[in-house]
Ligand binder design. Structure first.
Ligand code: FE2
Ligand code: FE2
Length: 364
């Protein structure tokens, strides 16, 4: 009753229009069209309007092949990984390596999610946005591999597990320092990701993917631990696909580089090398803030993990693998006028460039 009397009063006051009872009295769309106005211009960085443009059909094919990666972290043979089969120090050393890896692979989800939002804001073609989504999903899986390996060997680890031996305590301290550096990387990445055009971002990502594919391929061949072997195989397959995504995008973008972009890429390749060497090789001092105890402890932990069957390559083998991977990047970029940076650590000549932590973009 009360609602009806409010409506009647409103109608009398002319505030509510009664719909016409006769269809012929309905407003004509053409008449309405005369009054049409457009909204204000869309602001820069707005994710709207949404469009589904495809400039690189090959990317769409890669995305289709990535819809189902064909494996899942919970379906790996974790039940074959028996912590009791290892000594305490071996367990700590194995969990230690997965914790170091997690500084790279566990930054993947947030780093790629951030990059994916960036591609919406900059209205990149649809398959670029979709591929970022699939890489983000893959990185969540890679993070989970680190999580499961660490939890199985040192429940609650790496930080919530109380190690019983001096080596275990050194491992935990080393991991803390890596997380400290991982945090610094993330701060730099957040500043950098919105600043660079796609060609620069993808060249940096490619460096990360090349590094990841190289690492997992080598460890897949070398490890004697079945659960890890399967993990390295599956993650390595994903990384090869990530490389394919980067290459498909760069195929289109590298011929369009400006001189300024080329110079920036040279700097970023050097920065990428410095960051990624933290897992591929040895962490260079230019970026990695580490205490004096870090390197000697790391050497022992790697030896113990190697003896336990993890599949860590020798320093010499890693140096060679890294060099071969970086030379592939060089072969791809130099024809497009990009000067390669000098990487004397692995015997690569090139331009000497200054290092700025904000130039680091790579993920894994
Ligand atoms: Fe990757
Ligand atoms: Fe990854």
């Amino acid at each position: 009753m009360a609602i009806n009397s409010i409506r009647n009063a409103a109608q009398l006051a002319g505030k509510i229009k009664t719909p016409p009872s006769n269809p012929s009295e309905a407003p004509d769309p053409v008449k309405i069209l005369y009054g049409v106005k457009n909204p204000p211009p869309f602001t820069e960085g707005n994710i709207f309007p949404l469009e589904w443009e495809v400039k690189t059909p090959k990317l769409m094919q890669i995305y289709d092949s990535a819809r189902d990666p064909g494996w899942a972290p919970n379906r790996l043979p974790w039940d074959t990984l028996d912590p009791e089969a290892f000594t305490l120090d071996q367990r700590y050393a194995l969990a230690y390596w997965w914790s170091l890896l997690s500084v790279f692979d566990s930054s993947g989800p947030a780093v790629f999610a951030r990059a994916m939002i960036h591609t919406y804001e900059t209205h990149e073609e649809d398959p670029v946005r979709k591929c970022f989504f699939s890489v983000t999903r893959d990185e969540v899986n890679h993070e989970e591999i680190c999580q499961r390996a660490i939890q199985k060997l040192t429940p609650g680890g790496p930080l919530g597990y109380e190690p019983q031996t001096p080596l275990g305590k050194l491992a935990r301290n080393n991991v803390l320092w890596y997380y400290h550096n991982g945090g610094r990387y993330w701060e730099g990445f957040k500043r950098g990701v919105g600043k660079y055009p796609l060609a620069i971002l993808f060249t940096s990502f490619l460096m990360g993917e090349v590094a990841a594919a190289t690492l997992f391929h080598g460890m897949y061949q070398r490890t004697t631990i079945p659960a890890f072997k399967e993990a390295f195989r599956c993650v390595g397959k994903d990384e090869a696909r990530h490389m394919g995504i980067c290459l498909a995008v760069l195929d289109r973008l590298l011929p369009q580089l400006t001189d300024e972009m080329r110079a920036q890429i040279t700097k970023q390749l050097r920065a990428g090398y410095i960051f990624l060497s933290g897992i591929l090789y040895q962490p260079p001092e230019q970026f990695w803030e580490l205490p004096d105890t870090w390197r000697p402890a790391h050497g022992i932990l790697e030896d113990v993990a190697r003896e336990a069957g993890l599949g860590v390559l020798s320093d010499e083998e890693r140096r060679e693998n890294w060099r071969a991977a970086v030379l592939k990047m060089k072969g791809l970029l130099e024809p497009h006028g990009v000067a390669f940076p000098a990487i004397p650590e692995i015997g690569i000549d090139g331009e000497t460039v200054a290092f700025d932590p904000d130039d680091i973009i790579p993920v894994f």
